[in-house]
Design a protein around this ligand. Structure first.
Ligand SMILES: O=C1O[C@H]([C@@H](O)CO)C(O)=C1O
Length: 614
């Protein structure tokens, strides 16, 4: 499963890749337990998009969900010149109404490992996602292309048995009705996991057949093995099971490029391939200086490519891939997949004999930092202009109560999205009625705020109430922007969480990380402007800071937010309205932005101000 050929060295001219998708509710058993999910064309996960760098990707989406709108975000694609195709509800477009159709068209601007997912409500956590792989070409080669013989693709996610409507209702609840989503039940690899099934115990195929199942256990045998066998839904080994572990077939003595992407709702993960070293070569569609590791950490929103050589012929011919939870006390067992050398016999005998490797302790943050700090740009990666920073925005990350609701906030403002998409508001010049355009989001916080204490324990002078707002940051076209992400304590004493921050429309350089409060005079000297990696997602460690830089060269309205689905739902994000003075130069399809206040505006103003699409 999931073995794709390496890209061909000679690349044809850019092509158009057409896809026709039906987004619908499906009944599916991703972890052996059936649930309602959001699927595409009857499947979960959605179809893998494969393209070459420079290709035009064209996806005609029909919304067949009976009761809600939908949008699809192409995570890591910069949408250069096509901000309306970024697929963010309330930001870049109107949700596609139930029964309606919308066509996304954008350029796969560079090679790399990407994915796509719903970006309206909590639709990503409902299963609306899939892989998006862009191969290198002669014009845009990948420097490690000659170093591998084949590819494996691994899309990681987490799964809750409680549906996302219940999750959202809990998160929106007031006072004692506020309910946190908790930890996911199952980690999924390519949409497959096993809940309540021990792989070793139900490994007998006769358990799949109701008539033969009874013969496997004596009557009255109450052992765990027999209890599992009696539960027919627990059939990860059964033919056509939607929850059987992924088996990656490989030839011995070859090198593979393993693509890993994480679209988890909550969990930070660690990936290990038993007995195999991994060489990290790509992160978020950017080339990194290769380095060897035993395992990798991956946060929601991140992607990696690692090279893996199938050199373990001696003892066994199949190996476990373990994917365990990092950073939060895990209540979710590790996910398992199998790396199967094809010299071994297919079927049960080829399943690894040994126990799966244990992933590192969830609370070993030092180890996570060590891995993350090792990621540096590969030679030849563009470097940031060191001197001319036009704007520095500091973003304090807090969790706080707002009128009986728990929210996450940036500089004490929690994001509450407007009904009219910002892009439509700017396009029709109706910012004043579509959202609060009377000022900008605050670009810093009062340094008397103690990041080691919960908001309620602050000294009176530093106690700033958190408010909800739909204000934006207006960024001038071409500006060089530094962002200092400053973590703080959550509501509970001595708790600060990791947050993976994702920027739309851009890659950014990760200039540095540190513990405690960022002090520009002291810490700016330690920032790396020579070999910083380019990424679209970066982790902010507990009680620490992360500094990144981007160039505002892509007019559009872009979200910058924590990629943890419930945290975004609770307002953990900001909006960059960038280069809006250039918006009229773009061809924005009217149907993308004509809803809310923009609907009225389009009717009365269309002939006067809106340029028509050729
Ligand atoms: O947003 C969150 O809320 C809970 C906790 O802080 C309050 O129960 C948690 O672990 C989060 O990540």
């Amino acid at each position: 499963q999931s073995v794709a050929a390496a890209p061909s060295p000679s690349s044809p001219a850019p092509a158009t890749r057409n896809f026709t998708w039906d987004v619908e509710y499906i009944m599916w058993a991703p972890d052996c337990h059936q649930s309602v999910m959001i699927g595409i064309n009857g499947e979960f996960p959605g179809p893998t998009i494969s393209a070459n760098a420079g290709d035009l990707i064209r996806v005609e989406v029909t919304n067949s969900l009976h009761t809600e709108g939908v949008v699809i975000h192409w995570h890591g694609i910069r949408q250069i010149g096509t901000p309306w195709a970024d697929g963010t509800a309330s930001i870049s477009q109107c949700p596609i109404n139930s029964g309606e159709r919308f066509t996304y068209e954008f350029i796969a601007d560079k090679p790399g490992t990407f994915f796509y997912h719903g970006h309206f409500g909590m639709q990503r956590a409902a299963g609306l996602y899939g892989s998006l792989i862009v191969n290198g070409t002669e014009q845009q080669p990948e420097p490690f292309a000659a170093e591998y013989d084949g590819e494996l693709n691994m899309l990681l996610s987490d799964w809750y048995h409680e549906n996302v409507y219940a999750q959202a209702a809990g998160l929106d609840g007031k006072d004692k009705h506020w309910e946190w989503v908790g930890e996911p039940q199952t980690i999924l690899i390519n949409g497959r996991g096993q809940f309540g099934c021990s792989l070793g115990i139900t490994g007998d195929r006769r358990a799949c057949d109701r008539r033969k199942r009874d013969a496997l256990c004596k009557e009255g045998d109450k052992s765990e093995r027999c209890e599992l066998i009696r539960r027919s839904e627990c059939g990860p080994f059964c033919e056509r099971s939607q929850c059987s572990p992924v088996v990656f077939d490989v030839d011995p003595g070859k090198t593979y490029r393993l693509r890993i992407a994480s679209t988890t709702s909550l969990s930070a993960l660690n990936v290990q391939v038993q007995g195999h070293k991994l060489t990290v070569v790509e992160a978020d569609g950017n080339f990194v200086a290769p380095f060897d590791v035993d395992d990798i950490d991956i946060y929601s929103g991140e992607t990696y490519s690692v090279l893996l050589t199938t050199d373990q012929r001696a003892s066994s011919s199949s190996y476990w891939i373990s994917v365990g939870v990092r950073g939060r006390r895990p209540k979710t067992p590790p996910a398992l997949a199998i790396l199967n050398y094809t010299n071994s016999k297919p079927g049960r005998s080829s399943w690894p004999a040994s126990v799966p490797p244990a992933t590192p302790a969830w609370d070993n943050v030092t180890r996570s930092k060590e891995f993350t700090y090792r990621i540096k740009a590969r030679d030849g990666t563009p470097t940031p202009a060191a001197a001319a920073v036009d704007r520095r925005i500091t973003m304090l990350n807090t969790q706080d109560w707002v009128q009986g609701h728990v929210k996450w906030a940036i500089n004490h403002v929690t994001l509450s999205l407007p009904a009219t998409p910002y892009l439509g508001a700017y396009f029709y010049g109706i910012e004043d009625i579509a959202f609060d355009s009377s000022g900008e989001s605050p670009d810093g916080y009062d340094r008397r705020y103690d990041i080691k204490k919960p908001p309620g324990a602050q000294a009176p002078a530093a106690r700033v109430p958190t408010t909800a707002s739909d204000r934006v940051f207006r960024i001038a076209h071409g500006a060089v922007v530094d962002v200092v992400l400053q973590n703080a304590n959550a509501l509970e004493e001595d708790v600060s969480e990791s947050h993976p921050w994702h920027l739309h429309g851009h890659d950014f350089w990760v200039l540095g990380y540190g513990d405690g409060v960022y002090d520009h005079a002291r810490d700016s000297r330690k920032l790396d402007t020579a070999t910083p990696p380019l990424r679209n997602t970066v982790v902010l460690f507990p009680h620490g800071w992360t500094v990144l830089r981007f160039v505002a060269d892509n007019p559009g309205v872009w979200a910058f937010h924590c990629h943890i689905e419930p945290h975004l739902h609770l307002g953990m994000g900001v909006i960059f309205a960038e280069g809006m003075e250039k918006l009229r130069e773009l061809n924005v399809p009217r149907e993308a932005i004509t809803c809310g206040e923009a609907k009225t505006a389009s009717l009365s103003l269309a002939p006067a101000v809106a340029p028509s699409r050729p």
